[in-house]
Ligand binder design. Structure first.
Ligand code: ADP
Ligand code: NI
Length: 218
């Protein structure tokens, strides 16, 4: 496939996804897709991955989400139909379906990504959960659930028992410790890891400052 056909498909996918996710408020809005796609391109270039597959998989990666469809299977069928209708070559289409279905796999113990392109797109998705964007998203998500952003009686920095911790309220700050601070060790690619380290440090600095300001120390 030539570059012009590829560019046309990317353009059509962008319009399709923007339209589908415009009013989405679960943390997978169009701008999440935009950022993941930008990061996927950056990492793909550094890692020598197939740019077309990475970009198209990043654009479509949340379309099959169960929150937007009757079920995940129905969502995946829709993505497949879209790829067929837009005449994406079979090999690329299979590859993209394989990436999206592995990424959205919700069963216990997610299987690792099988290809470099899959690793790139998963890294890009994880990057959007950390750093400045991750911080914005965690507070937006917590607020949408009506949760507090911090409960000082459940301070995750203290040596609490698992039970004490679990009985505490689910807050935005807790989510840093439950998930966000663990993501840097789950990165697949070298360049993804490099970007994750910068974002991780930014979250650590943020948390230091958060606790200092909480106690009026800064
Ligand atoms: P993804 O599908 O990208 O893996 P999720 O749907 O789990 O992510 O979450 C979307 C966004 O909401 C992420 O940025 C995540 O950090 C945030 N989020 C998910 N669960 C919680 C929670 N319990 N508290 C605060 N933020 C959360
Ligand atoms: Ni995503």
């Amino acid at each position: 496939m030539n570059e012009i056909s590829q560019a046309r498909i990317i353009q059509q996918a962008t319009e399709f996804v923007r339209c589908e996710l415009e009013n989405e408020s679960s943390g997978h809005d169009w701008y999440h897709i935009y950022r993941v796609t930008q990061s996927a391109k950056t990492i793909a270039i550094e890692e020598g991955a197939d740019l077309f597959v990475c970009e198209l998989a990043a654009l479509l990666h949340d379309i099959a989400d169960a929150k937007l469809n009757v079920s995940e299977e129905v969502g995946l069928t829709r993505v497949n139909a879209w790829l067929d209708q837009h005449e994406v070559p079979t090999e690329a289409s299979h590859h993209i379906m394989q990436i999206i279905s592995t990424m959205s796999y919700k069963g216990g113990g997610k299987p690792p990504m099988a290809t470099l392109e899959g690793m790139v797109v998963q890294d890009a998705d994880r990057l959007d959960a950390i750093g400045a964007m991750g911080i914005a998203r965690v507070f937006a998500f917590s607020g949408s659930k009506g949760r507090k952003f911090h409960d000082p009686s459940v301070d995750p920095r203290m040596n609490m028992s698992e039970e004490e911790y679990r009985n505490g309220e689910d807050t935005a700050i807790n989510h840093f410790y439950e998930k966000l601070l663990k993501l840097k060790d789950l990165m697949n690619t070298n360049y993804g890891r490099k970007l994750a380290l910068g974002r991780h440090q930014f979250m650590l600095d943020y948390l230091d400052r958060f606790y200092a300001e909480w106690d009026g120390k800064k």
